[in-house]
Design a binder for this molecule. Structure first.
Ligand code: DAH
Length: 339
C-alpha cells in the first residue's frame, strides 16, 4: 500500500511538470483527487486494512494528499497568471482610435408642435390639464351628450377595452374630469394622445389632440372668436379666418374654424382642394347638457370649448403631406427637424 501511495505521488510530480494549461491541470486534479480519483480510491480501500496498519498508511495518505493538493494549487496559480498575461497581450486596446460618435437626440415634430401650441395658450392665461388615455365610456361619451346611438360609438372607430372602458377617442373627456374637480371661472387646455381604429394617408390609430375649455359667467361666442383668432394668428402669422356652422353633440351652437390656405393664400390649390381654406379645429358653446352632467348651474354659467388635431397643424407648419411619416420612426425623416 505504501508503495502504491508513493508511486502515485511520483506520478503526479512528473505529470505536473508536463502540464501546460489550466484545463489540463483541472483534468489532472479530477483524475487524482476527484470523487472517483486515484487517491480517493486508495483512501476508500483503507477500511480493509488491519488496525495496526490503518493509522500509518492513513497518515501517509493524508500527507500525500496535502502535498498533491498544494502542488496543484501552486501550479494552478502559475498557469492562470501565464494565461492571463497572454490574453492581456492579445487584447490590448488602442486608445488612440477615435471614439464612436453618439448622435444627439431632438424633439419629435409632434412634441415640438404640441409644446408650441400649448405655450400660446399658457401666455393667454390657460391652465394645462391632463387625463388618462384609458377612459370610461361615461366620460368619453355620455357626459359629453353623445348618446348610445351616435355613430362615433361604433365599434369600428372605438377601441373598447371592456363594456365600460375605451381608449379615449378624443381629449374632450378631460373637460368632464376638469369640471368635476374645479369651479368656474377657469380656462384650460389639454394636449394628449387619442385613439381610433383607422389607418390611411390622413389617419393613424393613435394621434394627438388639444382640447380647450373656458367657462365662467357671461362667456360668449365673441370670446371664443377673439381667443381662437388670436391663437391662429400666433400659429400661422396674421391670417384670415372664418367660422362655419357645424354640429358637435357637446357644443351648441357649434362651428368649424378655417384658416386661409397657408400655401395659396386663399387662391385655391391642391392642399385646400381649391376652396382657399383649411379646416383647423372644431369649437362651440358648451352644451347646457354637458354643464348639467357635472352639476354646473347652466343658467348662470356658460363657456366655450374647442378641439384640434396636433398632427394636422404640424403638417401645415412643416409642409408634410403624409401623416404616417410621423410614426414610421425613419431617422432620415426625423433628423430634418432641428428644434
Ligand atoms: N372632440 C372633437 C373631435 O374629436 C373635437 C372637438 C370639437 C372638441 C368641438 C371640442 C369642440 O371641444 O367644442 O372631433
Amino acid at each position: 500500500m505504501k508503495g502504491i501511495i508513493n508511486a502515485l505521488k511520483d506520478e503526479v510530480a512528473i505529470s505536473l511538470t508536463s502540464t501546460t494549461s489550466v484545463k489540463e491541470l483541472e483534468d489532472l486534479k479530477i483524475e487524482i483527487l476527484g470523487k472517483k480519483g486515484k487517491l480517493t480510491d486508495i483512501m476508500k480501500g483503507m477500511r480493509n486494512l488491519s488496525k495496526e496498519e490503518r493509522p500509518v498508511i492513513g497518515q501517509l495518505a493524508n500527507e500525500v494528499r496535502d502535498f498533491i493538493t498544494n502542488e496543484i494549487e501552486t501550479k494552478m496559480t502559475e498557469l492562470k497568471d501565464t494565461e492571463k498575461t497572454i490574453r492581456m497581450n492579445n487584447e490590448t486596446i488602442d486608445i488612440s482610435l477615435p471614439g464612436r460618435e453618439t448622435g444627439t437626440g431632438r424633439l419629435h415634430p409632434i412634441t415640438e408642435t404640441m409644446d408650441f401650441l400649448k405655450n400660446i395658450f399658457i401666455e393667454m392665461g390657460f391652465d394645462v390639464a391632463a387625463g388618462p388615455e384609458l377612459e370610461t365610456t361615461f366620460n368619453n361619451f355620455d357626459a359629453l351628450n353623445i348618446p348610445e346611438t351616435h355613430p362615433s360609438r361604433d365599434l369600428q372607430d372605438t377601441f373598447y377595452i371592456d363594456d365600460n372602458t375605451v381608449l379615449r377617442t378624443h381629449t374632450s373627456p378631460v373637460q368632464i374630469r376638469y369640471m368635476q374637480n374645479k369651479t368656474a371661472p377657469f380656462r384650460m387646455v389639454c394636449p394628449g394622445k387619442v385613439y381610433r381604429s383607422d389607418y390611411d394617408v390622413s389617419h393613424t390609430p393613435m394621434f394627438h389632440q388639444m382640447e380647450g375649455l373656458m367657462v365662467g359667467e357671461n362667456i360668449s361666442f365673441a370670446n371664443l372668436k377673439a381667443i381662437l383668432t388670436e391663437f391662429v394668428n400666433k400659429v400661422f402669422g396674421e391670417t384670415n379666418v372664418r367660422f362655419r356652422p357645424h354640429f358637435f353633440p357637446f357644443t351648441e351652437p357649434s362651428a368649424e374654424m378655417d384658416v386661409e390656405c397657408v400655401i395659396c393664400k386663399g387662391k385655391g390649390c391642391r392642399l385646400c382642394k381649391n376652396t382657399g381654406w383649411l379646416e383647423i379645429m372644431g369649437c362651440g358653446m358648451v352644451d347646457p347638457e354637458v354643464l348639467k352632467s357635472v352639476d354646473y348651474d347652466a343658467d348662470k354659467i356658460s363657456g366655450f370649448a374647442f378641439g384640434m388635431g396636433i398632427e394636422r397643424i404640424a403638417m401645415l407648419r412643416h409642409g408634410i403631406d403624409d401623416l404616417r411619416a410621423f410614426y414610421d420612426n425613419d431617422l432620415r425623416f426625423l433628423k430634418q427637424f432641428n428644434f
